[in-house]
Design a binder for this molecule. Sequence first.
Ligand code: COI
Length: 356
Amino acid sequence: MLDIKIEKTKNPKKKPGENEEIEFGTIFTDHMFIMDYEKGKGWINPRIEEYKDLVISPAAMVFHYGQTMFEGMKAYKTDEGKTVLFRPDKNIERANNSNRRLCIPTIPNEDFLQAVKEIVKVDEDWIPRKKGSALYIRPYIIATEPALHVNPSSQYKFIIILSPVGAYYKEGLNPVKIWVEDEYVRAVRGGIGEAKTGGNYAASLYSQEKAHEAGYSQVLWLDGIEHKYIEEVGAMNIFFKINGKVVTPMLNGSILPGVTRNSVIEVCKSWGYTVEERRVSAEEIYKAAKDGSLEEVFGSGTAAVISPVGTLKFEDEVFEINNNQIGEVSQKLYDTITGIQTGKVEDKFNWIVEVK
Ligand code: COI
């Protein structure tokens, strides 16, 4: 159990209005959680203080070698006014897997959860109530030892910041356009693709810019060895509905094990769908798009929730999926998952954790 020192700000900021359109992740709440790590002492000095700039050495190892990890979670207000989290255990388990892969000291699961709950409690008035909105939680760790040698840092900071958000894409729940990247890759097997760490996102930017310039929202990555098998999209995992079955790339070490991905699989199975987690080639999707058996495509993620895909570009061919309309399963998944998160749909899976 952490002994968290709480010092509240004397200058609370103005909160965004309920109907204000906020660009994803651009507004931050009044407070943040910080805890330091020092070799020999472990994680020390947990505290909640005013959200403010950090003072860090310009030699801090994170700036040079990218030793860092992050998570993405959300807090919601239910209709009854309760503050809840969605499957925080899954994020915490993944955070510590990322930590192990990046030689960052792990944080005991119960301390991580306590820190998330405490900071959310302090800033719970910032949780937006509008449909489709939530308080995005961004826990992250950075290596802070001032040194230029390449080895694991002996000092770290674990920080949690909060940001009221609406939809991740400007399209909202309307279908997005996705570009299948056949030249560059995001991750390779044996690399750090399954860890949630900055480097994977930095590796995605060049292709994403190329896709944006061509009018596409995101890039769909193929595997790094054969450039044949579908992996994931920039900010989400990907699902296909083919001939009534729900198909998604299996976790192979280079794909992020998404919490929403896992939830989609559980919900679809509970509805009686056959869900296949397996290798999915771009060729298979290309053929299914041509012969009409590709019924729906959608992405899943904490930020993106469920995001229908209306257009897929494979090399020189562009396919429209489901007449560029939100598919039936995509809509039902969105309603069910956001419904569970906001207390409108019964939580049969026991995924909700109350913050009190
Ligand atoms: C999330 O969905 O929480 C993510 O971390 C994706 C992020 C790149 C916005």
